[in-house]
Design a protein around this ligand. Sequence first.
Ligand code: MRU
Length: 354
Amino acid sequence: MSQYLSGHIHLGDDLTSVVILDQTLLPNEVKYLTLRTPEEMFEAIRSLRVRGAPAIGICAGYCLAAIAQQRSRDLDHPRYLSELFRQVQYLGSSRPTAVNLSWALDRLLRKAIDLSDVTAPPAKIAAVLREEALSIHREDIAMCRAISEHGLTLLKDGDGVLTHCNAGPLATSQYGTALGPILLGTERGMRLRVFADETRPLLQGARLTAYELDRAGADVTLICDNMASMVMKNGWVNACFVGCDRVAANGDAANKIGTSGVAILAKHYGIPFYVLGPTSTVDLDCPTGADIEIELRDPEEIRSKFYAQPMAPAGVKCYNPAFDVTDHTLISGIITEKGICRPPYTESLSALFS
Ligand code: MRU
C-alpha cells in the first residue's frame, strides 16, 4: 500500500505510477492495476476502469504527477514544460463530459507554469505537482463529507431515496456525493431505503451502487431503469439523489444517461429531485446544458456487452450517449460542499464562487 493517501486510487510507492481499483471487474473481482505509461492512464479513464467525475479528476491529477516525476529525470526545463502541456492535452481528451478531468489537469499545469517563471528545476516541479494532486484528493474527501452532511438534512428516518448510476465512494474518494447522505445516515443508525436504477448500458447502478450500499449494510433494492416510475407511483420514494458530471451556470446538470428521465418522473409524482456534487463539478464558463459536450460511446456497449451472446442484430444502428442533461427547472436543489443551492441557480451557483 502506498505511503500516500490510500483508497481505490493512489500514487504508487515509486512515485512514477498510479494504482487504481479496476471498477470494470466489480462486483465479481477486486483487482488493482498499476498504470505506468500515459497510454495506460488514458485507457483506464476511457474504459471506465476509473470513473465518476471526482474520481476521474483525482486520478488525472495523480497521472500527471507520475508522468512529471518520470520525465523530470531526462528532460531539461523548456522541453519538460512542453511535455507536461502535451500530456495535459492527451489525458484531458480521454473523456469529454466530466469537467473534473480538465479542472484537475489545469490546476496542476498552472502550478507548473507558476514555478517555471522562477525556472525551478523539473524535480522540484514534479514534487510540487505531487503535492497538488494529493491536495485534490484530500479536498475531495472533505467535500464529500460536507456534501453528505448537507444532503442528510433533507432526509428523515424511514425515507426512500431513488438514485441513478453510481455517485458513491468509488466515484469519488470517501462517502461519495449522491450516496454520501445515505451512507452517513446509515452509519448514524437511520433507516433509509434506497432504490438503485441498474443504469443501462454499463450497469453502474447494479455493479457499483448496489455493491457499495450492500457492503455498508444499507437497505438497497436494485431495479431496472424502466421500473422507476412504478416505484415512485407506489409511494416508496421521498427524494431522488443523483450525482453530476458538469453543472452549467444556469443549473442545467449533465449526469449519466437516464438521469433527466428520472427528473421528469419525479416532477410528475411531486418528488423532490436533488443533484449532489462538489464545486469542482460546477462550470460557470459553461452557460447552459446545451454547451456541455456529451460523450458518445461504442455501440457494442448496447449490442453485446455483458451478454453471453449479442442481444441485438450485428451491426444494428445504435445511439449511445453516455450522459444527458437535466433541465434546471426540474432540479429542486444542487447540493455542494458549501451548502444547498436553490433556484434561481444563476445567482445561487455564482454566489458559491464569490
Ligand atoms: O460514465 P461514468 O460512470 O463515469 O458516469 C458517472 C456519473 O454519471 C456519475 O453520476 C457522476 O460522475 C457523479 S460521480 C460522484
